[in-house]
Design a protein around this ligand. Structure first.
Ligand code: BTN
Length: 293
């Protein structure tokens, strides 16, 4: 499908906002490939990375026809309503000097991206964005941004990671059936927002936090992450395990980025899989809704 789609000119408000942050980007995002319409920016970024595109190459689109979310879900991506962005990452950008395995490196990059994007959305909008493990960005209990990191490996060697993120800028960025679990920047702010500023600030914050973990400072990233994720301690959740669901209480995020929960009297580490956040009377929950397709 990508063969039928051709890159276009980066909209001036995006280009200008990037130029204003050039000093923070340090070469990151020096190449931005823009599409008015594309199947999925993650697919396009993967195609470019496989062809040798550099660390920090960005693919962004105004509209995705087959945007992907986590756990096989679709990511609704109508024109002009959101930010749909994917970045090519070289493993050296998130593997600290003593990293060995790719699993913990992958979870590091996911957490780091969540933190960087939460900081970016806060800076660009002033909204009290929080992180819901592993990497949903929320205002209250409603999701405003999702992150999808996909790695490409040859044998045990991680060749690159494509870090994709989607931000709901307008309410039309998400389908009405998830309206009670989703929100948009403009709905929360009650006024229009500069998409270019959100885009460029996201890339600048990402570049800064990735530099930090490549210098071996993941601990500082994790501390900042915890501060923006109050629900990772003391929240009621339901975790998928052994073919069913177990009720649990979150107790924190460990040094590798796993969610630690207390369930059935003992502590468990949740590395991947699904976590459903259970209602408190005031916050709403995912449990009151049918599972998403
Ligand atoms: C999630 O399910 O929360 C993750 C959503 C990630 C969506 C973004 S939009 C840009 C990039 N391209 C895709 O196809 N998906 C990601």
């Amino acid at each position: 499908m990508s063969g039928a789609q051709r890159p276009g000119r980066l909209p001036p408000e995006f280009a200008d906002a990037l130029a204003r942050r050039a000093g923070r980007l340090g070469g990151f995002a020096s190449r931005v490939v823009w599409y008015d319409i594309v199947s999925s920016t993650n697919d396009e970024a993967d195609r470019l990375a496989t062809g040798g595109a550099e660390h920090g190459t960005v693919v962004a689109a105004d509209h995705q026809q087959s945007g992907r979310g986590r756990i096989g879900r679709a990511w609704h991506s109508p024109p002009g309503a959101g930010l749909y962005v994917s970045v090519v990452l070289n493993p050296a950008s998130f593997m600290g000097p003593i990293d060995r395995g790719t699993t913990s490196a992958a979870s590091r990059v996911t957490l780091t991206a969540g933190l960087a994007l939460a900081e970016a959305l806060r800076a660009a909008t002033g909204l009290p964005i929080a992180i819901k493990w592993p990497n949903d960005l929320v205002v209250g209990h409603r999701k405003v941004c999702g992150i999808l990191a996909e790695g490409a490996a040859t044998g045990d060697t991680l060749r690159h990671v494509i870090l994709g993120f989607g931000v709901n800028v307008l309410t039309s960025a998400y389908p009405p059936e998830i309206a009670d679990r989703a929100t948009s920047i403009e709905a929360e702010l009650g006024r229009p927002v500069d998409r270019g500023a959100v885009f460029a600030e996201s890339l600048a914050c990402l570049a800064e936090r990735l530099r930090q973990i490549s210098a071996g400072e993941f601990g500082a990233v994790l501390d900042a992450w915890r501060a923006l994720s109050p629900s990772s301690v003391g929240a009621r959740v339901r975790i998928s395990a052994e073919g069913g669901w177990i009720d649990a209480i979150t107790t924190g995020v460990d040094g590798d980025g796993a969610l630690v929960v207390r369930a059935e009297g003992s502590l468990r580490r949740v590395i991947a899989g699904e976590v459903r956040w259970v209602a408190s009377a005031s916050r709403g929950s995912e449990e009151s809704h049918a599972p998403r397709a």
